[in-house]
Every structure is written in C-alpha cells, then in structure tokens.
Design a protein around this ligand. Structure first.
Ligand code: ARG
Length: 464
C-alpha cells in the first residue's frame, strides 16, 4: 500500500486509494445518524434472525451476531463508543465493531440486504417513535387546555376579529378552539403513522434479492404492518419523513398562533393572563421586567420546522429512482424538527397548566369597543321585527352617538335609544351586558357556557 490512506474496509475492494479528507467530510453522516443506533441494531437483529430461520446463515452465526449486536448497543449507550468518520455512517460503524467483537460471522449479516433498505428501515423506525411522541405530547397539551377551559368556562373575554374587539366570548370557548386545532394535528400524526408503517427491509439495494428471505418475518419483528410492496419504492420513499414534517409544521403553526396570543395577553396593556414565573424570564437591565420568552421561542420554532419541511421537499424533488445519496440529507431535518416540536409542545403544556386568566381585565375588555352591538341589532330584529340590515343601521347610529358622548351602549338613556327608533323599550338593556350576550349564543359550537361545557365533556371523554 502507498502512503495514501487505505481504502474503505466495507466497500473498498475495487479502490486503490482512500478518500480525500474533503470527500470524507462531505460523505460521512455518522455525526448525526448515530442517533439511529438503537434502530439500526434492532433492524439488524431482526434481519439476522430471519436469515437463520430461512437457512441462509447458521443458527450459531445468527446467535453470535444477535448477541454481539447487543454488546455494541450497550457500548454505544454507555457513551464511549469509538465512532469513526472513516466508517461513514452508523450502519458501518456498528458492523465494523461487530466484526471486532465476533469475527467472521459478522461478515454474514449483510447478506440479502443493502444499506439502502437498512437506512430506510432505521429512519422509519426512528420517525415512527417521533410520531408516537408527538401524538402523546399533543394529547397532554389538549388535556391542559381542557382543564383551563373547564376552570374558566364562565369567564367572559373579548372575542376579536382583526384584533379589534368583536363580540364577547368566554375563556373556555377560546381554550377549546385550540383543543380542536390540536386534535386535528394529532389526527394528522395518527393518519401518517398508520400509512408509513410498512417495512423497507429486504428491498435490498433496489431490486430485491435472490436469497430466499422472508420480508414478512422481519416486518412483523419490527412492528411493521407489512413489508413495502415495491422494492424500488421501498428504498427511495421518504414520504413518511415529509408527512412528519408537514404535520409538525401545521402543529407548530398552531403553537405559534397561541404563543403570539400569550405574548399579547401577558403584556401590561392587555393584562389578560399572568404567566407563571416558571415559564418567564427577567431582563438583565430592567428590573421590573417579566418576559414571556417561552411563548416567544415557541412562536419562533415554527420557522425551523417549516424550514426543515421545505429543505426536505427540495432535496427530494427531482430525484430519480431509486436511492441517491442526496437522501442522506433527510435525517438532520427530521431530527431538528422533531426536537423542536417536542420541546415546543412540552413548554406550551407547562405554560398552559400554570397560567392564570385575569378575570377583571378580561371582563372590562369584553365590554369595551361596543362589543354587544350585534346583540342590540339582534334585539331590534327579534323584538321589533326589523330587517337585519335596518337593525344594523340603527345600531350603527347608536354606536356613533355613544362614541361621540364617550360612553358605552349600556350607558345610553332610553330617550337616546328612542331617538333612533321610537319603538325601543327598556328591555333592550338586558341584552347589552356581556354575560347575557355570551349566554345567548347557544347555537351548536357557540360561546354560551352550556355549549362549551358540552364540548369540554366530550373531549374529557376522548382524552381519558
Ligand atoms: N448513510 C447513508 C444514508 O444515510 C446510508 C445509505 C448509503 N447507501 C449508499 N448506497 N451509499 O443515506
């Protein structure tokens, strides 16, 4: 051998020289794909057991392989495994160490398989765990929201459109809106998890294999519902990663919208909510400050997660079948997005569990901005049989009078009311209070506390 670095021990048979340092740097994935060590070993153990069951390798070789792989796993988990960049990735690092430990039988493990189906299998197993973790994390957040909703089912607050006070709603109703959003996120994760649960293992490089393998056996051992039905598709499919990222993006969008509301609500100008000290930070210069940093960071995480989705969509577009090395770039995107999502979910769940609505400022704000003007218009329709358009116009005139005299609708005199429509009676005042306003909106899905309580009960049942 020359002074050149020796060629790769796993695939270097046809190479006279080892890779350039830059080649090694661009090619190696071990720095990140070591996160899939457990999945890699699980997949290899299932493969070895199947090879023996089909008589492709001996039982004693399979036992040596399966035992040796457990040793490798415990070495990795102990934290002092000598990962090598020269061995590129987790697959070859594990196999090389297995060779050190058990010798010749290790060389039989890669029979009837390729790194292409191996990496697809490892990555699917890893991502499947993230679907499960996300489903669990979303459910925990939903529970915290339902508890907030139940405790504040009667608290009135302003409902907004255009961030302008629109109509009074309840705290419970607002919390339950997010329960619906996160329920869809959870169901998206569940759908994608069910769809992705097919095993790529045994697709080999791309065409399948001539060995009499049993793909159903490995699929079952790894908790897959079935083997993927087309070997070309099996090694080149990353839909599961894209679906995880897109579901995560939508979920993070919801988290970000809620986080934005918490940032606004916790400001001195709004004072709708008090966030706990546990999820706030101080300022190094302004002693009075209590900042909603957790909410702000949750609001920002969506940027990273959306970025990961766009990155992987862009990596995958235009790739011819079957495997291309481009696909090695899939993992960091999903790793980062999964970490970000789990952290954001946990932080939001903690914040929601601790936060306290400020009832008096919510009530004052609920009554501000002529928020019961629609109730007044509806009263004119109901009691005086005005067409809604006419009632809308008359109410608008009253809002202008109130605004000009710097008072609320509730503070207008009956005479003033009658100057706009002489048929108005004093019973109109009963609909101008915020409690009556919310109680009256008892249509299905409306803000009336009874309606909201019905939804709370439904979700408590579903989440139990
Ligand atoms: N580290 C590679 C990846 O993550 C493993 C598959 C390599 N396959 C190949 N044909 N070079 O995609």
């Amino acid at each position: 051998m020359s002074d050149k670095k020796s060629s790769n021990a796993m695939w270097g048979g046809r190479f006279a020289a080892g890779p350039d340092a830059i080649m090694e740097a661009i090619n190696a994935s071990i720095d990140f794909d070591k996160r899939m060590a457990r999945q890699d070993i699980e997949g290899s153990r299932a493969h070895a057991a199947m090879l023996a069951a089909r008589g492709i390798i001996t039982d004693s070789d399979a036992s040596a392989i399966r035992e040796g792989l457990l040793t490798v796993l415990s070495e990795i988990e102990s934290g002092d495994f000598p990962f090598s960049k020269a061995l590129e990735d987790i697959h070859m690092n594990v196999e090389s160490r297995l060779t050190d430990l058990i010798g010749e039988p290790a060389g039989r493990l890669h029979t009837g398989r390729s790194r292409n189906d191996q990496v697809a299998t490892d990555f699917k197993l890893w991502t499947r765990d993230q679907f499960d973790a996300a489903i669990e994390g979303i459910a925990a957040l939903m529970k915290a929201l339902v508890e907030q909703a139940e405790a504040g089912a009667d608290i009135v607050m302003p409902g907004f459109t255009h961030l302008q006070v629109a109509q009074p709603v309840t705290w419970g109703h607002h919390m339950m809106a997010y329960v619906e959003m996160f329920a869809r996120d959870k169901s998206r994760m569940e759908d994608a998890r069910a769809r992705m649960n097919e095993s790529p293992l045994g697709a080999a490089a791309l065409a399948g294999t001539a060995y009499p393998i049993d793909r159903h056996m490995t699929a079952e051992a790894l908790g897959f519902d079935r083997p993927a039905a087309n070997s070309l598709d099996a090694v080149s499919d990353r839909d599961f990663a894209l679906e995880f990222l897109s579901s995560a993006s939508i979920c993070a969008t919801h988290l970000s919208r809620f986080a934005e509301e918490l940032v606004i609500w916790s400001s001195a100008q709004f004072r709708f909510v008090v966030l706990s000290d546990r999820f706030s930070t101080g300022s190094s210069i302004m002693p009075q400050k209590k900042n909603p940093d957790a909410a702000e960071l949750i609001r920002a995480k969506v940027g990273r997660i959306n970025g990961s989705l766009i990155a992987l969509l862009t990596i995958m577009k235009g790739l011819p079948l079957a495997y291309s090395k481009d696909m090695q770039e899939d993992k960091e995107q999903v790793f980062d997005a999964a970490d970000s999502l789990m952290l954001a979910l946990a932080a939001m769940t903690g914040m929601v569990g601790d936060m306290k609505p400020v009832e008096d400022s919510l009530r004052v704000a609920a009554a501000s901005g002529f928020s019961t003007a629609t109730d007044l218009a509806d009263w004119l329709v109901r009691e005086l049989n005005l067409p809604f358009r006419e009632a809308h116009h008359a109410t608008g005139a009253l809002v202008r009078i109130a605004e000009d005299s710097g008072c609320d609708l509730l503070e207008l005199s009956l005479e003033t009311m009658q100057s706009v429509n002489p048929a108005i009676t004093s019973s109109v005042f009963s609909v101008l209070g915020v409690d009556n306003s919310v109680a009256s909106r008892a249509s299905y899905g409306g803000t009336a506390p009874d309606q909201v309580r019905m939804q709370i009960e439904r979700w408590k049942g579903e989440l139990a």
